[in-house]
Design a binder for this molecule. Structure first.
Ligand code: GLC
Length: 421
């Protein structure tokens, strides 16, 4: 049975002293957006500890503003690719050379209501990170991504059109995957995908992790609705915090400019044929052809036209009729849907959290509560897994997973707060 205490136990077991790992074994380091969601969960019972989750992540920020996807505070032989494979990175803590969806500002705003001191303490770091996305990762006003791992949706079929344009480097140093030793290989990315992930890494290392060169000259360049909508939402939360903190007009103007160009970039990601926001390969302009669980983040970012939103909602209704548990990461009607393979089908707790929040805020409470309720049902059935089979509710990949416990705790907290009001 899942209880508040059992969720807290997951976070406590994964606590490594000031920061939390996603799950023991498979993911032994601090991951970027995982820590943001963990802070949301921790804040329901220990605000000081939640805050150290935030500051320990920011401690890895590079001088150019980037906050990496993983901070390697140790070298765990059980994990690949670890710090030695990423090579020398310029940050204060050994790390990967790419980032992850910048959900942190949104979560900082949510957990620091009325706490100006804490907001002021991290504002500049958050601002610098967003500026890095808008500068180093942007091509003609579109914030792009250079690696599927940066999107947080490692092997989503959306990336195939970008990966198909790539060759595996003939000089790729041999390696042994560790992920397949921890979990069933049929849940994980394929070998060809892995070779290409490492080819991009090798390119990054060869240019000394110069982020502008990685964007302009790297082997992979796509625009991702996940990074796009998460950043657009986070920019709006950053602006609200900037206003509350009385930041100079130039800072407000800069963030407002990002928001305006962000809404324009939503148009770029609108795939009229599919009737949804989908990923796009930037050099060819080609769209991916499927509905993913971040297509509906337009609500969370308060972006898109009325027509775009209603077509998106129609997809959600169709998908709801096809699966037992919303929201699968890939369209269950697509030929490459796989109910258990990572981002090719399973539902993901943090995505359900953001999607439900956006739908609620933008006037679609019925679908919001379906998406929230289905995640709670899978957790109650199977426990705090990394992700879940949307047809059966079985847990997939990592067990005792931090963001799953954290998202669940935050919803239990909201329910208690509403009851008390
Ligand atoms: C996987 C997920 C990514 C997550 C990481 C740690 O790589 O795709 O989104 O941050 O695991 O949980």
């Amino acid at each position: 049975m899942v209880t508040i205490q059992s969720a807290i136990d997951v976070l406590t077991q994964n606590d490594r002293g000031g920061f939390t790992i996603p799950t023991a074994g498979l993911y032994p380091y601090q991951w970027n957006w995982d820590s943001a969601f963990v802070a949301l969960g921790l804040a329901t019972y220990d605000m000081d500890r939640a805050w150290s989750e935030v500051t320990s992540l920011i401690a890895g920020q590079w001088r150019g503003g980037m906050i990496p996807s993983i901070l390697f505070r140790s070298d765990d032989p059980d994990y690949f690719p670890g710090p030695s494979r990423w090579g020398k990175t310029p940050g204060p803590i050994p790390s990967t050379g790419v980032s992850q969806p910048p959900v942190l500002a949104t979560i900082v705003r949510a957990i620091t209501k009325g706490d100006t001191a804490r907001r002021a303490a991290v504002f500049d770091a958050l601002f610098a990170w967003h500026r890095w996305f808008h500068d180093a990762r942007s091509v003609d006003g579109i914030v792009c991504t250079v690696h599927p791992w940066e999107t947080g949706r490692d092997n989503c079929p959306e990336w195939n059109i970008g990966l198909d344009l790539m060759e595996v480097s003939p000089d790729l140093a041999p390696y042994t995957r560790m992920d397949n030793k921890h979990v069933d290989p049929s849940f994980r990315p394929t070998q060809d995908q892995y070779d290409k992930y490492l080819t991009i890494m090798a390119f990054g290392a060869s240019v000394g992790w110069d982020q502008r060169r990685l964007t302009d000259e790297g082997p992979f360049l796509m625009a991702d609705p996940n990074i796009h909508f998460v950043l657009l939402r986070a920019d709006q939360d950053l602006l609200a915090m900037a206003q509350g903190l009385g930041k100079p007009q130039a800072v407000l103007d800069q963030i407002e400019g990002w928001i305006v160009s962000g809404h324009a970039a939503s148009e770029y990601l609108w795939n009229n044929e599919v009737g949804a926001f989908t990923a796009r390969e930037v050099r060819t302009g080609r769209f991916s052809n499927g509905f993913s669980n971040c297509s509906a983040l337009c609500f969370y970012a308060n972006s898109g036209t009325t027509e775009q939103r209603s077509r998106t909602l129609a997809h959600l209704e169709r998908i709801d009729a096809a699966v037992d548990y919303m929201l699968p990461s890939w369209d269950p009607d697509a030929t490459d849907f796989e109910a258990q393979r990572y981002w090719c089908g399973p539902l993901w707790p943090q995505m359900n959290y953001m999607t439900a929040l956006g739908l609620d805020e933008q006037g679609a409470p019925k679908m919001a509560s379906k998406i929230r309720g289905d995640l709670c049902r899978t957790i109650e059935k199977s426990g705090f897994w990394e992700c879940f089979n949307p047809l059966t509710g079985e847990g997939c990949v990592g067990e005792k997973f931090s963001w799953t416990a954290a998202v669940w705790l935050s919803w239990q907290h909201e329910i208690r707060m509403k009851g008390a009001a």
